[in-house]
Design a protein around this ligand. Structure first.
Ligand code: ATP
Ligand code: HMH
Ligand code: MG
Length: 565
């Protein structure tokens, strides 16, 4: 097995040495050394890779948009491990804060000791610190267990106006915590509170505040302008004690801004844990929050005025996608750029017509288009497919499938290996693999494919040098395959019945290129093929298999057939 780490024989004590010079040694072969004996945590001689680690010390938000939950999600999204010390449990939702329960300070101390003494986080990020005792406990723990960087988000008031940490903590912030901080990230109200209540309303005021807060002791200050009145842009002012930097992005018009402050501070911490310099950490974090806000601008969670952002940029696509159903393979339409060009139609028009005619799954096989055109076409086709509940697959191009958020890919024997495609695409996307032999079919199943395409059943011009396996070859593959099969290669109206008439239970449908797309009217040809397929299935004593009701498939597409075995 290949390891992505250099096997340099450097033995490190995984505690102290790793923390001090973590970034030099991150990819080294780390072995534990205690009392001159090689022991835990490496169970064998395997190459252990230490991952960047942020500890968040903050309050829990039951609505999970802010606080500990935002920190966990932001760090996960940024590829950093996050441990959690909880200082308070809040009852919160998209309407506001309904209750706050502060964790006793000795139990906060116990959590801190547990994590810091064993797990050695690279960076500590703080959020809600609701009592002077908790602030002091934290400062004490950090002196006992120093970390590479301390990011302080001086949470005081929720956006809904509820106090999360009262003015009594301001002195301990100013005297103890801020002087230890590598960066402090107040919003306008918090910056004002730290400065004794000065009004802050303009970008010039934010410059003043950044400098004045820097004088309190933190190495860097980021005054966040999410709440800047009447600002068309989201402007944050950064000061490192020498220079000012203004981070400006367009303001995303969305109610879903709950937890943006926690998220920004956590992503700064995550970048620092990966080894970034402060300025680039802030730059990346700002880019990330802007992207997350933009992605989440129309997600609906809760009935209140302030919803959460979707840190992992995942929720919408999962709502629209339904699980793969082998019945989808029934009438599998594969587009072809050359044919579309020949007949003067766009990919989108070809897909629309095929779906209207009854195609149950679409594959875009576009060998000759530019990548950017392919991506645009895939996005446009996906919109149509989603409306009709028809899955959209991309031939070969995993990058285009990922970028367009298509439902999956179809790959050949000489394309990206299916297990690599699965690792790249994750567990949910559909993966189909072309297989000519039982060995190919077995490998596809082992590699985590969802279906196989088997052929060419008949000779075809669509694919050069493609070996024909005939009906016998198809039957052999079907009988051995643990996965559902779609037949491909030279299939059309004249021979679809012969293919489906093989009567093997896991042969679920036919994939067709020329018989649909190398014709003048895709709609008519698809309709005709659908009739033939329905007919052949009825002859084979098939029962109707109705789709689950959550699909929005239209009436003529609302079924497929399953053989009674
Ligand atoms: N509508 C928006 N569009 C783009 N960026 C925004 C928007 N709202 C906030 N931001 C950015 O998000 C980050 C957090 O800023 P904000 O001032 O909202 O923090 P906060 O008030 O501490 O957040 P919270 O809502 O968690 O209390 C900043 O970088 C800010 O510029
Ligand atoms: C627990 C918690 N921390 C921070 C904030 C600030 O957004 C919040 N609303 N709740
Ligand atoms: Mg805010």
């Amino acid at each position: 097995m290949a390891y992505f780490c250099t096997q340099i024989p450097v033995l490190l004590n995984p505690g102290v040495a790793c923390i001090k010079s973590f970034h030099q040694y991150r990819f080294l072969h780390i072995k534990a050394m205690q009392d001159d004996k090689v022991s835990t945590p490496t169970p064998s001689d395997e190459c252990m890779v230490r991952v960047p680690h942020v500890l968040t010390v903050a309050g829990s938000d039951s609505g999970a948009g802010a606080g500990i939950q935002a920190d966990l999600k932001a760090c996960a999204a940024r590829g950093v491990y996050c441990s959690t010390v909880i200082t308070a449990v809040t009852a919160q939702n998209t309407v506001g804060v309904q209750g706050v329960n502060i964790v006793p300070e000795d139990f906060v101390a116990e959590q801190l000791r547990s994590v810091l003494s064993d797990m050695h986080p690279d960076v500590v990020k703080t959020g809600m610190l609701p009592s002077i005792g908790i602030v002091k406990t934290l400062c004490q723990s950090l002196k006992e267990f120093p970390v590479q960087a301390l990011v302080v988000d001086p949470v005081m008031v929720s956006t809904s106006g509820h106090t999360l940490a009262g003015p009594s903590i301001l002195d301990s912030f100013r005297e103890e915590l801020l002087p230890m901080a590598d960066i402090v990230t107040p919003n306008l109200k918090e910056a004002s509170a730290l400065l004794g209540g000065v009004p802050l309303e303009t970008i010039a005021d934010m410059h003043y505040a950044a400098k004045a807060i820097h004088d309190i002791g933190p190495r860097n200050v980021l005054v966040k302008g999410g709440d800047l009145p009447a600002s068309l842009d989201a402007v944050d002012v950064f000061y490192d004690g020498k220079d000012f930097y203004v981070f400006q992005s367009s303001r995303i018009m969305t109610p879903n801004t709950h937890g943006t402050g926690c998220t920004l501070a956590s992503s700064v911490a995550a970048e620092l844990a990966k080894g970034s310099q402060m300025l680039s950490a802030v730059k990346v974090a700002k880019r990330y929050i802007e992207a997350a806000l933009s992605y989440s601008k129309n997600i609906a969670i809760g009935g209140g005025r302030q919803g959460p952002v979707d840190h992992l940029l995942k929720l919408k696509s999962n709502v629209q996608r339904r699980p793969f159903d082998p019945c989808d393979l029934f009438l599998y339409a594969v587009t072809d750029s050359r044919m579309n060009k020949r007949w003067g139609r766009s990919i989108v028009d070809a897909v629309k017509a095929a779906i209207e005619g009854g195609a149950t799954i679409i594959q875009l096989r576009e060998k000759e288009v530019e990548t950017s055109d392919f991506l645009e076409a895939a996005k446009a086709c996906l919109k149509i497919c989603r409306v009709h509940g028809v899955p959209l697959l991309i031939n070969d191009r995993i990058d285009v499938a990922l970028a367009s958020d298509a439902d999956g890919v179809h790959i050949g024997q000489s394309d990206m290996p299916a297990h690599v495609a699965r690792a790249l695409l994750g567990p949910d996307k559909i993966i189909g693999v072309s297989c000519k032999t039982p060995e190919h079919a077995l490998q596809a199943w082992i590699d985590g494919a969802d279906y196989i395409g088997s052929g060419g059943v008949y000779p075809t011009n669509t694919k050069e040098n493609n070996k024909t396996i005939g009906l016998d070859g198809l039957k052999t593959v079907c009988l051995s395959s643990k996965l559902p099969v779609v037949a491909i290669g030279g299939i059309g109206i004249s021979n679809a019945q012969a293919v489906m008439g093989l009567g093997v239970p896991n042969l679920k449908g036919v994939a067709v290129v020329s018989a649909l797309f190398d014709r003048e009217c895709v709609l008519t040809e698809t309709r005709k093929l659908l009739e033939v397929l329905k007919e052949s299935n009825q002859m084979g004593k098939l029962k109707k298999c109705w789709r689950s009701p959550h699909t929005s498939r239209q009436s003529n597409l609302n079924f497929c057939y399953q053989k009674i075995s």
